[in-house]
Design a binder for this molecule. Structure first.
Ligand code: FMN
Ligand code: ADP
Length: 251
């Protein structure tokens, strides 16, 4: 997967099928949209593109106190790559960007800079200044710009709505197996481990489960991770030699 930061120096994409959103967690609801852009792109020999934001819009706009995130950018990149996405455009989401009206975002960015031919959005996707844009607006623009828009209906797991918010609550309660089912993959923690086993995540807002001991896989090998009373992660045991440096942990 190619990763681009911002809209400068983008290549010319082949018949791109794209989706836009925070995609925090890259969960099973998101997977349906990701599979769809892959299929739409493949059908015309084109490329799939995810456009995401960094920082998360709620962080930039300060619209949620004590927000915690399911994925760091690194973890998001890892997951999107594993799901076979061809390109990721990371939009530097600052206040100036947040003021761009939805229609200008479609005209100047999605069409003008990315050349999107096929856009896939979820049932509740809103975008543009004050979240004014939605599927209806996109549908009204598609004739003028010659791109197709597909809306994906709400996806459930075990008859429960899947959302980043629902999954955050599961992690906060330490329900890691249920969270993995909703995510469609294990919860991840990528970070640097020191010789004492302390792990530093690259994301200051990374959500961790409550204090306790958790069975995990560390670079694919079984082990135990402890979340201390202070909420910091440390490796307790691993099969084989204690790892050092940058590692990926799966709950
Ligand atoms: C051009 C553009 C402008 C945006 N402006 C806003 C904004 O003013 N307020 C906002 O909450 N989100 C804005 N967003 C972010 C998206 O709509 C984002 O997906 C949304 O914040 C997620 O909603 P949530 O807070 O319900 O998760 C903008 C996105 C784009 C592409
Ligand atoms: N359970 C779900 N079913 C269908 N689509 C979903 C689901 N959860 C999220 N989506 C869609 O995935 C995209 C990314 O979602 P998200 O990052 O949560 O919101 P946003 O893009 O509004 O920031 C959006 O188009 C959203 O509608």
């Amino acid at each position: 997967m190619r990763v681009f930061h911002g809209f400068e120096n983008l290549p010319s994409f082949r018949s791109p099928a794209a989706t836009v959103g925070s995609y925090d967690g890259v969960h099973s609801g998101h997977r349906v949209l990701l599979d769809r852009i892959r299929r739409e792109a493949a059908a015309v020999g084109g490329e799939s593109i995810v456009l995401t934001f960094a920082p998360h819009p709620r962080v930039t706009l300060g619209t949620q106190e004590r927000l915690r995130l399911l994925t760091s950018l690194e973890e998001k990149i890892y997951l999107l790559d594993r799901f076979g996405i061809d390109n990721l455009i990371v939009i530097p989401f600052d206040r100036a960007f947040s003021r761009i009206p939805s229609e200008s975002f479609v005209k100047d960015y999605l069409i003008g800079k990315v050349g999107v031919k096929n856009l896939v959005v979820g049932f509740n996707h809103r975008f543009g200044h004050d979240k004014e844009g939605d599927y209806r607006l996109l549908n009204g623009l598609h004739d003028e710009f010659g791109f197709r828009v597909t809306e994906i209906e709400k996806q459930d797991v075990d008859a429960e709505k899947v959302s980043s918010t629902v999954i955050r609550r599961l992690i906060e309660r330490g329900e890691m197996n249920k969270a993995a089912r909703m995510l469609s993959h294990p919860y991840l923690l990528a970070g640097d481990v020191d010789c004492a086993g302390h792990i530093a995540s690259g994301e200051a807002l990374k959500l961790l489960p409550p204090p306790g001991e958790y069975p995990v896989r560390i670079e694919g090998r079984p082990g135990v991770l402890r979340i201390t009373a202070k909420g910091t992660p440390e490796l307790l045991r691993t099969a084989g030699k204690m790892p050092s440096g940058h590692i990926l942990i799966e709950f």
